[in-house]
Design a protein around this ligand. Structure first.
Ligand SMILES: C[S@@+](CC[C@H](N)C(=O)[O-])C[C@H]1O[C@@H](n2cnc3c(N)ncnc32)[C@H](O)[C@@H]1O
Length: 234
């Protein structure tokens, strides 16, 4: 699914590192699963959490309620759903809200330019292609710091990056890093995607990338930035 801050492009680099020492029955958990563009390439016991209610309602409907989403939505309907969200089921609001410019929540209707792009068809195909790969994933919708993490888990964190567009609530980065320290000390293997980290974290992978969009960088996009993966230095 096209999603702001999607890690689809980096999954083939990141997953071999993150899953390298995974043991049988070891849980893989993502506190910030978003568009599921990493976890859809992992097998075994998986937990996908994100605090975005409509997004998780959408995944629930698609994966477990076998919902077949619309293959096209008119501009009029898009606007009605955007401005009257309470009138519609959350899963539909989630599905429609994320088919916007850059995969950003209700960022504007994407019009077909002279019939060259079928944005709704693309959205439909991208998502429905993912769904079978997500069968069995345990879904959860809460803030990362309220999660109960099974013992000895692999935790991959892809939080809203620092100095990026504010989402619904401001994200407290200091509190997040402190949580990562605690989880690492508790015995979990914690990996964090970020541009930078406090000194007691170590960068174990990096790659230059063009950010095209603002989840990651209001001030940086669209110039070159360096994607990094960090772990706590125990
Ligand atoms: C960079 S995106 C994750 C993208 C995902 N890795 C992908 O490849 O599609 C960050 C996600 O964090 C979620 N988020 C923000 N604050 C959160 C919090 N306190 N707890 C859980 N999720 C949160 C947002 O809803 C968003 O989906």
């Amino acid at each position: 699914m096209k999603y702001m801050g999607s890690k689809a492009r980096f999954a083939k680099d990141l997953l071999p590192i993150i899953l390298k020492d995974r043991t049988a029955n070891q849980t893989y958990i993502e506190p910030f699963a978003g568009g599921m563009n990493m976890i859809d390439k992992v097998d075994g016991i998986r937990i996908a959490n994100d605090q975005h209610e409509e997004l998780m309602a959408m995944w629930q409907a698609l994966i477990y309620d076998k919902w077949d989403p619309p293959q096209s939505v008119s501009e009029e309907a898009y606007k009605d759903i955007k401005y009257n969200q309470d009138k519609y089921p959350k899963y539909l609001v989630g599905y429609v809200g994320f088919n916007s410019f850059g995969g950003k929540w209700f960022a504007g209707y994407r019009r077909d330019k002279e019939g060259k792009r079928d944005y709704w068809g693309e959205h439909y195909r991208n998502i429905t292609k993912q769904v079978p790969k997500l069968d069995g994933v345990l879904l959860s919708c809460k803030s990362y710091n309220e999660l109960e993490i099974p013992e000895n888990s692999i935790v991959y964190c892809d939080p809203p990056y620092a100095s990026t567009t504010k989402y619904r609530d401001a994200f407290d980065h200091d509190q997040f890093w402190e949580w990562c320290r605690q989880q690492s000390k508790a015995g979990h293997r914690v990996f964090i995607s970020e541009y930078n980290a406090p000194d007691d974290f170590e960068c174990i992978w990096e790659k230059g990338a063009k950010t095209t969009f603002s989840w990651h960088a209001e001030n940086l996009a669209p110039k070159e930035s360096v994607e990094r993966l960090f772990v706590f230095k125990v």
